[in-house]
Design a protein around this ligand. Structure first.
Ligand code: ADP
Ligand code: MG
Length: 730
């Protein structure tokens, strides 16, 4: 019988998997057509309801029940006109994917008449009966009372799947006592905290600022493989990454994929998922090949961070769905292939005022430049003070493969700012003295300003190895994993920035109270922050061995694994900063810590199971069968009376294969034992550490021998699609 691999390869060779063309439509004609926003709201809502919803979206003001009923009725009318029959509260639990529970509008009244109903209650709150979503002990499973609550700041949208259409209401997911169980609730809190702190600091420079918006533009990397080939690999199906597989003769060394044109089938897929995204209001802008073969990237125009996070979650979902139509599989995993670049998700982050100023863009006057420097230096200080939280925010079993693998930023958090800004900060640090002096005014008015406009020419001065790089008018958090929910890193970044700005304001106010001039006081506090946060700044090659050593000398942490990295969430410092800014209570933090550890355990556990299974049920039989062929061959040659020299090579090969079989066997068994041992440990941190330091150590050993066998066994009978097939055949 042919292996799945062979059937998949045959199918790929015979069938034209291309489907209809998707390009050619004008983007503006479809953009946002499935989103309840702007014109749709105006058309379907009364003036009163429209205003109430707009106000709530803008300033978070409450919407009363009566108004909610009106809005729900408007939404329903709008949705039904488009063929929608069901609605769902759409949320982002800590499992890392999105969740939905569909209800139909259809209901039966007490007198038996069937009607379509969607009222304010259904819009505002639902109980998704979500006992199996992770809750870290916050909500005992038997209580099963988590609630989803409407987030009016993110517009409702229609999700199309097959012939069905569903009205999706973006919601937060919380326990009955209000503790958060998702990514969105803390994100919204962090946005509020940062807005308040940033507006307060803006008032030093411009009293007209009443709102500061956090902006995010993500860049999403992903792999695309043929679906039938992927389905022939249990590891890709169950874990999203390959656990075995020898690297192909041709990898990414030629970099021809990066500069090449997009393969046809992928191009059709891209246009298709882009169209679906446009309908959902996701403003995708760029698409291109990435460095590794089979790897691609897309990025939107940046948006307000809450919307941007929703849009990224939605996009990942859309990509997965649309890929099926093209008989392709999208791999969002951080490291689907060993020896080939992994995938990240750069998070470009900035702050904008309602007066139209990007607070991380250098200004044109001494005053606006001082404002820029204030936010710029505070961001660096925030990362310096809470680097471990930044690391924890991006920690996952998947991302561990990437951070520190000489292709992505290392697990050491540092900030890159470029040559010019380094000079500016150095200048402030050396020229502004501890004591206030006449000289201060000159430095402030002339010298700082003189240097900054040169920044505009700084665009080429890029450092692609830094985990957190300033790129001219925003910071780019590059260490985020490709499958991550951006809510986690954004919540941390917003929170620590809010904290930094609050202490900045307190420090400046203290000096002003002592009689210092405002600008001079600001400059002195900035100088203090620059010098205190110096060790987090690094301009060199983050991939180098020297940096790991240098960072160690500087006292910067290098947490290479998730269990270690996650501990930063439950330190006293973390509890303080999250509590002070109203993001998490101590209990919520501890629950979250536990959930993330459990998530890690489950991931590694599944991988260990699948690896054991593949090794035993796929690879060993293939090797043994090939040995049988060799044995027959040797016997035959012997029967013919040929001497040993005629079958020496075969005998040798038999021996080598036996050794690899033995080694695989010798490692699979103890891996299973290690797993059992870990499973019996109650303490989640300890269990995660055991999975990390014991169970996982067998992965590479087993893989090594499996990959050797791949090179020895007859290609025709090898059961798993090979790297060259997955990466190059479409
Ligand atoms: P790159 O060279 O890294 O591809 P781009 O200029 O193409 O840089 O921008 C990458 C991402 O950064 C895009 O999603 C873009 O919208 C986003 N971006 C640009 N300006 C801002 C900003 N002020 N705030 C947040 N994101 C931004
Ligand atoms: Mg980038």
């Amino acid at each position: 019988m042919s292996s799945l691999r062979y059937l998949a390869l045959q199918e790929l060779a015979s069938e034209d998997k291309k489907i209809a063309h998707y390009g050619g439509k004008k983007i503006t004609a479809m953009f946002g057509s499935n989103v309840f926003t702007g014109r749709a709201m105006r058309e379907c809502l009364s003036d009163e309801a429209y205003k109430s919803l707009m106000n709530s979206a803008k300033s978070g003001s409450k919407i009363d029940r009566k108004m909610a009923d009106q809005i729900a009725a408007g939404m329903k009318a709008w949705a039904e006109e488009r063929g929608v029959t069901h609605f769902t509260h759409w949320f982002q639990p800590l499992t890392g994917t999105t969740a939905e529970k569909h209800d139909s509008f259809f209901t039966i009244k007490s007198d038996g008449t069937a009607i379509e109903l969607f009222d304010g209650d259904a819009l505002i709150q639902q109980e998704p009966d979500a006992s199996s979503f992770p809750n870290g002990g916050i909500r005992a499973t038997f209580e099963a009372r988590g609630y989803t609550a409407w987030d009016p700041s993110s517009p409702a949208f229609i999700m199309e799947a097959g012939h069905g259409k569903t009205l999706c209401i973006p919601t937060i997911f919380i326990a009955y006592n209000g503790e958060s169980l998702d990514y969105k609730a803390p994100l919204l809190k962090s946005i509020g905290a940062l807005e308040k702190a940033a507006v307060d600091v803006c008032h030093y420079f411009d009293k007209n600022v009443t709102k500061v918006t956090t902006t995010l533009g993500w860049e999403q990397e992903y792999f695309v493989v043929d679906e039938t080939l992927a389905n022939a690999r249990p590891d890709l199906v169950m874990c999203g990454r390959t656990l075995v597989g020898h690297s192909p003769a041709k990898g990414q060394q030629l970099e021809d994929h990066y500069f090449g044109s997009i393969p046809d089938r992928v191009y059709e897929f891209m246009q298709d998922f882009e169209q679906e995204s446009y309908k959902l209001g996701i403003p995708l802008r760029t698409r291109h090949n990435e460095v590794a073969p089979g790897q691609f990237e897309c990025a939107p125009i940046f948006e307000e961070v809450n919307i941007a996070v929703d849009h990224n979650s939605l996009l990942m979902d859309v990509m997965n769905k649309v890929a099926k139509r093209h008989k392709l599989k999208v791999l969002l995993h951080e490291k689907p292939f060993a020896g080939v670049n992994g995938s990240g998700k750069h998070n470009n982050w900035s702050l904008a005022t309602d007066t139209g100023v990007n607070l991380l863009a250098p200004g044109k006057t001494p005053r606006t430049n001082l404002m820029f420097l204030t936010f710029f230096v505070n961001a660096i200080k925030a990362v310096h003070d809470h680097a471990d939280l930044m690391r924890a925010a991006i920690a996952s079993a998947n991302n561990d493969h990437r951070l520190g693998a000489n292709e992505a930023p290392p697990a050491i958090i540092s900030v890159y700012i470029g040559k010019y800004l380094t000079e500016v900060l150095d200048e402030i640090e050396t020229r502004v003295k501890d004591k206030f002096s006449e000289q201060d005014e000159v430095i402030l008015k002339l010298d700082i300003h003189k240097q900054i406009p040169e920044l505009l020419m700084d665009n080429t001065d890029r450092n692609r190895t830094s985990p957190f790089a300033f790129t001219g008018n925003k910071f780019e958090f590059r260490a985020v994993g490709s499958s991550a929910n951006c809510g986690s890193p954004m919540t941390v970044l917003n929170t620590i920035m809010a904290e930094s700005l609050k202490s900045f304001k307190a420090d400046v106010d203290a000096l002003i109270e002592k009689g210092e001039k405002k600008e001079i006081a600001i400059m002195h506090v900035l100088r203090d922050y620059i010098s205190k946060s110096k060790k987090i700044r690094f301009e060199g090659d983050n991939y180098s061995e020297e940096w790991a050593e240098e960072a160690k000398k500087r006292g910067l942490n290098n947490f290479k694994t998730t269990p270690e990295a996650l501990d930063a969430f439950v330190t006293d410092a973390a509890k303080k900063v999250f509590f002070n800014n109203g993001i998490y209570s101590e209990r919520e933090l501890e629950a979250r810590h536990e959930i993330l550890l459990e998530e890690y355990v489950k991931k590694v556990q599944i991988e260990a199971r699948i690896l054991g299974y593949i090794a035993t049920n796929h690879i060993l039989p293939a090797a043994v069968n090939y040995q049988n062929v060799l044995v027959e061959n040797v016997k035959g040659l012997k029967d013919l009376g040929l001497g040993e020299s005629s079958y020496k090579a075969q005998l040798n090969l038999l021996k080598v294969i036996s050794e690899h079989i033995q080694q695989i066997n010798d490692n699979v068994e103890p891996m299973i034992e290690a797993r059992k041992k870990a499973n019996n440990v109650e303490d989640m941190h300890k269990r995660a550490s055991m999975y990390c330091n014991e169970v996982r150590t067998y992965f590479d050993k087993i893989r090594y021998h499996a990959d050797k066998l791949e090179l020895l066994v007859d290609d025709k009978t090898w059961p798993l699609p090979k790297y060259r097939e997955l990466l190059y055949l479409r």
